[in-house]
Design a protein around this ligand. Structure first.
Ligand SMILES: [Zn+2]
Length: 143
């Protein structure tokens, strides 16, 4: 496997299909996004993260850019550093849930809360889109 910046097309497709074309952090759906999604390194290349399926996640551009080269952040409740959610090793529903109208993601654990805060999973534009998609039965994604 290569460790270069380039992600081979087959690997990119594997990651996208595995995620059902949904951002593995904020659950945005690529079908309802103005931008193509990115294949991101969970453990960043900057820290010697490898370009292999086990270290890649499908991510919208907002989550990808807020995450950048970080792997952890402060849990706003506990005040301690917590590793970000790892979609390869962890289950989304164990770390996050939706509020009652499915517009906001609630972090359930230190990892969940640190990820919500640092990746800004409840960005205004994303909240607005969730609201509109929920109204037409297209949110949350069924995965
Ligand atoms: Zn996202």
């Amino acid at each position: 496997m290569t460790d270069s910046k380039h992600i081979p097309a087959k690997l990119r497709e594997l990651v996208a299909v595995r995620a059902n074309f949904v951002c593995e952090y904020c659950q945005s759906q690529e079908d309802f996004s103005a931008e193509s999604f990115a294949v991101e390194h969970i453990f960043p290349r900057f820290l010697d993260g490898k370009t292999v399926a086990e270290n890649l996640a499908y991510s919208c551009l907002g989550c990808n850019s807020h995450k950048a080269t970080r792997i952890a952040a402060i849990d706003p409740v506990g005040g301690t550093t917590a590793a970000f959610f790892n979609p390869r090793l962890q289950n989304w529903n164990e770390h996050f849930s939706w509020n009652s109208n499915f517009t906001e993601i609630i972090g359930l654990t230190p990892t969940g809360r640190a990820t919500v805060e640092a990746l800004k999973l409840n960005r205004k534009g994303v909240r607005n889109l969730r609201w509109a998609l929920f109204a037409v039965g297209k949110h949350p994604p069924q995965i």
